[in-house]
Design a protein around this ligand. Structure first.
Ligand SMILES: [Mg+2]
Length: 158
């Protein structure tokens, strides 16, 4: 049994029949984390926000997301890679050597791409690189886009 203090509450409020949700939902339940489908900022630890339906890229935050349960996310990243949903790390951290070293140290075996936006909003940053995101996994959605972003409304946030 997982200790209650180590349990993460994930939020997802879009179509439960979507393949990506089934993949991740199964891991969450198997690893004894929680999953809820209503927005409550005091309860949610990590948001899973659906963005572009046709893209397959999965953007995963580092601080308080992967770092909250490295073992869980390492397994999940491998699972997503196998299933044809290329995951990458997208963090607001600055692109300096120490930050990259820390992240690579944990995820080395996955060969995952790492994007460090240096505080810039993640959605715009990735779009400018030509990368549309299928699903964002992040503890801090204001880092992805502004409050007025329709993507948040579609995910029943705010
Ligand atoms: Mg974070």
């Amino acid at each position: 049994m997982r200790d209650a203090d180590d349990q993460i509450t994930f939020f997802y409020s879009c179509d439960p029949e979507l393949e990506i949700f089934k993949l991740i939902g199964e891991s969450i339940v198997n690893e004894e984390h929680f999953l809820i489908n209503f927005y409550d900022e005091f309860v949610v630890d990590i948001y899973m926000l659906l963005d572009r339906p046709k893209s397959k890229f999965i953007a995963i935050d580092w601080d308080n997301t992967i770092s909250a349960d490295k073992e869980f996310f390492l397994k999940l990243i491998k699972k997503l890679q196998k299933a044809g949903y290329p995951p990458f790390v997208c963090t607001l951290r600055a692109p300096d050597k120490e930050n990259i070293k820390e992240i690579k140290g944990v995820l080395e075996e996955t060969n995952i791409a790492i994007y460090l936006t240096d505080g810039k909003p993640k959605r715009k940053y990735m779009k400018e690189l030509g990368i549309n995101v299928h699903l964002w996994i992040d503890d801090f959605y204001p880092g992805i886009c502004a409050d007025t972003c329709k993507m948040l409304a579609r995910n029943k946030i705010l």
